[in-house]
Design a protein around this ligand. Sequence first.
Ligand code: SAM
Length: 376
Amino acid sequence: MDRKTWIAASAFGLEGAIAAELRRLGMENVRAENGLVRFDGSVADAYICNISLRFCDRVYLLLAESECRTFDALFRLVSAVPWEQYASGREFFHISAQCARSQLMSPRDCQSIAKKAILERLKVRSGCKVFPEDGPEFPVHVSIHSDVVRLLLDTSGSSLSRRGYRTWNGEAPLRETLAAALVEFSPWRPGMPLYDPCCGTGTILIEAALRQGHLAPGLHRSFAMEKFSFFPAKEAAIRKQALLDACAPERIYGISGSDLDASAVDLAERHISQAGLTGRISLSVLPLQQVTLEETNGVFLCNPPYGERLGDVEACRSLYHDLALLQKRHPTWSLCAISSDPGFEKAFGRRADRKRRLYNGRLECQFFTFMGRRLR
Ligand SMILES: C[S@@+](CC[C@H](N)C(=O)[O-])C[C@H]1O[C@@H](n2cnc3c(N)ncnc32)[C@H](O)[C@@H]1O
């Protein structure tokens, strides 16, 4: 199959980081828009993106895109897609739809029209008469926004944030894709010490370790596209092997953290082991008020409670003040934290050197960076 246009779905604020990753992976014609990044590549390229992208939610194949204001127009758009090139006829056609600010506002009607159009085309073009739908899932998404319809084939299956290592969730864990983005947006670079003083279930530390060890986050999970009839299994296996060969877990060092909740630290230990990182990240049960480290020029990176989901606002603000004291005890360390609390900087006691708006789920947050004074 020749080159196609793909869409990497993104949480708000991560589009630029995903575009940079796609360029690093050698994808062509990379274009960031609100909530998504388009790129061109082969089917095997899309597979490598599923395995490698750290901040992206899902990779879709863009099948068609056009303005549609009526059900007839939607039917014609879906019918024009060469479904016989993508599906054998045995697949279970799972159609989802999302409508916003459009003439077509009924997801259920859009789903059934799309399904009817797909099956009718397959009947005519491939001679299929019955569709047992007992084969692999074929997830088609109809996205309608401001009357523009995008027909998308979901190549990922479950969200790419599900790396597979986190099977037990603590209180308010961070999505893996957002944790990876915090690592990226912080001043930490592999080789420097990294410490999460509120590590919870360990997501930030694990994502940093995966990056330091060149471990692509999707190496140990499967993707919906592996079952598609047009999946180039041989080429994909060769390219995945190259990613496996590039793994260098021995490069992981200097990553550690703590939390005052012993059960959270237990969960973090389990996740570290599930990520294949046993012995590569050190953890302890400790309130951040007691953290003292000997290393210099490191980065504290954390997702403290915000007061909305855990604890109350005043207790959280006192914790933010304690984070400032933690940095005072370690003046060569930078400190980064994400919070939805508009009073964060006031409680911390100074303005952040850098701020970036991000969303933790639906919660609007700021990612604050307070730079340390690096020793040469
Ligand atoms: C929002 S959760 C962090 C979630 C984590 N990023 C994850 O992915 O699981 C905040 C964490 O801060 C911890 N915490 C609260 N007060 C603390 C303190 N004084 N010292 C250390 N940890 C604290 C809580 O136990 C909780 O695990």
